[in-house]
Design a protein. Structure first.
Length: 256
């Protein structure tokens, strides 16, 4: 199966060490810890890439993109995006700054409108989705940001309570149980009382991941989640994301 992302720059891909391509590529680990090898000679008129898939936990597609073009302020950022991601897959989106990684993620959670091509995410058609439906789409997604985006004026627990209330939760006991569950999953079960500034960068990112898990999402979108972390801390965050993937959720992670 061939799937491609073409940039508007027309730069060709070429095989280079560590399976990186320029300027933007996707690497798939459908089984965490096992690298899927890309054979050489996959250059097209513009960037294209081969995804060899096997060992899927669930064949159901959570993302389906076909001939998608992405625009920012009427400027073409990506063209001819063709991609299918199934539940349980872990996919890397790799490229330098300015190659469209964040634009693709923003399109997937409906911050950027789809005007050309087809895009379906978590059962929603992004070309025809109505504004009132966007919050329901986002409840099926968990978004992890590089800069954490925690509310600095409240504790970890209150950060998570804010999200639950904003997404329609109103049962106090259920909310407390859910917060305890997600904090335990990310190894912060005893730190709910702390303020964000009292946590390390790695701990703040774990809170961000806990927040992404609150509504039991089908898909995690992680925008360079280890970009501000040291190598050892980054390794722990990656292990956590792999564990999430093993639970059956799809993970799409942008990185340099």
């Amino acid at each position: 199966m061939f799937q491609s992302i073409n940039t508007s720059t027309g730069v060709s891909a070429r095989a280079i060490p560590r399976l990186f391509f320029s300027p933007l590529c996707i690497r798939l680990w459908s089984i965490p810890g096992i690298r899927q090898q890309f054979p050489p000679g996959i250059a097209r008129e513009s960037l294209s890439l081969q995804l060899q898939k096997h060992g899927l936990m669930n064949p159901e597609s959570i993302i389906q993109l076909s001939d998608l073009s992405i625009y920012q302020r009427n400027i073409l950022v990506l063209s001819q995006v063709n991609l299918s991601i199934a539940s349980g897959e872990f996919v890397y989106l790799i490229g330098k700054t300015g190659t469209g990684k964040s634009s693709l993620l923003k399109t997937l959670y409906a911050e950027l409108q789809v005007t050309e091509g087809e895009a379906t995410v978590a059962g929603y058609n992004l070309k025809t989705i109505k504004r009132r439906e966007v919050p329901f789409l986002r409840r099926k997604l968990g978004i992890v940001f590089q800069d954490f985006q925690l509310l600095s004026d409240r504790s970890v627990t209150d950060n998570l309570l804010f999200v639950l209330r904003a997404t329609g939760w109103d049962d106090k006991v259920a909310m407390e149980e859910r917060i305890k569950d997600v904090l335990d999953k990310v190894g912060l079960g005893t730190k709910g009382f702390k303020m964000p500034h009292q946590l390390s960068g790695g701990e703040q990112q774990r809170v961000s991941i806990a927040r992404a898990l609150l509504n039991d999402p089908e898909l995690i979108l992680a925008d360079e989640p280890t970009g501000n972390l040291d190598p050892e801390t980054s390794e722990g965050i990656m292990a956590l994301l792999f564990d999430i993937s093993r639970s059956g959720r799809a993970v799409l992670m942008a990185m340099h």
